[in-house]
Write a protein that binds this ligand. Structure first.
Ligand SMILES: Nc1ncnc2c1ncn2[C@@H]1O[C@H](COP(=O)(O)OP(=O)(O)OP(=O)(O)O)[C@@H](O)[C@H]1O
Length: 388
């Protein structure tokens, strides 16, 4: 389930208020955004969706004044931003776009450190921040900080783009189709990472997507727009799926809304199985003694930060200490992944079992293909019994 905001949650995001905001482009007969009023609560992820040309990107870009509204007011954290210096404003609002849009002649560290540099942070603080962010987006700092964008995969570039958006710890982050340019499995991982980062940081994130499944997975709320940025519905994914406000929303969300419920159910909602684990370097004799009763011959080897490395057989352990295992057969799923994502990943898994990871990729448990399919059947059955 998307995180439910609660009063004990430490929110570092800011509230955003749009008050009858209109944008008319010269030469267009109708405004691209026609009187949009919207309240975006601090610390939430709000997804903008709607058909092509309905005004999503225009609405988003007005929030950091990449586009100035023709009329109306936009208030961020109590301050009317239409009167603020756009450069200063943009340093307080992170911006992440498709592909990461990194500067090709700058290293990863220099790309991430751009805004801290503009804010005149000293070198040590910037360096520490860059490493912290690389870690947060799942890239080992020592390996990646000195690389150039062309030496990274598409998914890695996108991760660096997210890190750059977060660099100066802005309360608000705007994202425009951030994961549009990567393959489905990488997209799923990046989405999981964003949810994981948000669990730690509680920013206000406004994200444009054309993918309703992505909106359901990531959004605390979804804004469904029609032409002229007219609001068709603005609500939580659960409400939009269960009670679409009108035919437009129904059509937009599409058929198979039972299937879409699977984007609401998360791997973390399943009961996880605990498997035998040991860390690299643990004494073999001790590990054998600990798991003497285990009926499963497999041992999951973790690194020093509790991150799964791979499977090894308990009965084939030799030498004094547990060694690094073969990592090729390990399938991991983030606990924030949807059941749809889990199925996709597990179809490729040979063991019929995937290791579930949580915050900072730490081991949490394991889930079997059967457990996922059983849960899916129960979700589907539950939906069918609900009154229409
Ligand atoms: N610079 C511009 N000059 C004139 N018209 C524009 C400009 N930018 C956008 N428009 C028009 O404004 C409307 C809204 O565009 P916008 O890019 O905000 O839509 P969108 O919902 O983000 O679309 P998409 O999903 O295709 O990216 C469209 O009709 C578009 O043609």
């Amino acid at each position: 389930m998307p995180a439910t905001p609660s009063s004990d949650r430490q929110v570092s995001g800011a509230t955003i208020e749009l008050d009858v905001v209109t944008k008319s482009y010269p030469g267009q007969s109708r405004p691209a955004v026609d009187g949009l009023s919207l309240h975006i609560p601090a610390g939430e992820i709000v997804m903008f969706v709607g058909p092509s040309g309905c005004g999503k990107t225009t609405s988003l870009k007005m929030l950091n004044r990449l586009i100035d509204p023709t009329s109306g007011r936009i208030v961020v954290d109590g301050e009317d931003i239409t009167t603020k210096d756009p450069d200063q404003l943009r340093r307080k609002i992170g911006y992440v776009i498709q592909g990461g849009s990194l500067f090709p002649h700058l290293t990863v560290a220099q790309n991430i450190g751009l805004v801290p540099g503009l804010l005149k942070w000293d070198k040590t603080r910037t360096r520490e921040r860059v490493d912290e962010l690389l870690d947060l987006v799942g890239l080992a700092p020592a390996t990646y900080r000195h690389r150039y964008p062309k030496e990274l995969s598409g998914g890695q570039q996108q991760r660096v783009g997210v890190a750059r958006g977060l660099a100066a710890d802005p309360p608000v982050i705007l994202m425009d189709e951030p994961f549009g340019a990567v393959d489905p499995i990488t997209r799923q991982r990046l989405q999981d990472e964003l949810l994981s980062i948000q669990e730690e940081l509680h920013k206000t994130i406004v994200c444009v997507t054309h993918d309703i499944d992505e909106a359901i997975k990531l959004g605390d709320r979804i804004l469904i727009l029609r032409e002229g940025a007219q609001i068709a519905q603005y609500d939580t994914p659960e409400v939009i799926l269960a009670a679409p406000a009108n035919e437009f929303v129904e059509d937009f969300v599409g058929s198979g809304s039972t299937l879409k419920q699977l984007s609401l159910a998360r791997v973390g909602d399943l009961e996880l199985q605990q498997v035998a684990t040991a860390r690299v370097g643990d004494r073999v004799a001790e590990v054998r003694r600990q798991h003497a009763e285990s009926r499963n011959p497999w041992l999951l080897v973790l690194d020093e930060r509790q991150r799964p490395l791979g499977w090894t057989r308990l009965d084939r352990l030799d030498g004094d200490a547990v060694r690094r295992p073969d990592t090729s057969r390990l399938t991991t799923i983030d606990r924030r992944a949807t059941l749809n994502d889990a199925l996709d990943s597990m179809l490729a898994a040979t063991e019929g079992m995937a290791v579930v990871t949580g915050r900072r990729d730490e081991y949490q448990g394991a889930v079997t293909f059967d457990a996922v399919t059983t849960h899916i059947r129960s979700v589907a059955a539950g939906r069918e019994e609900e009154p229409v």
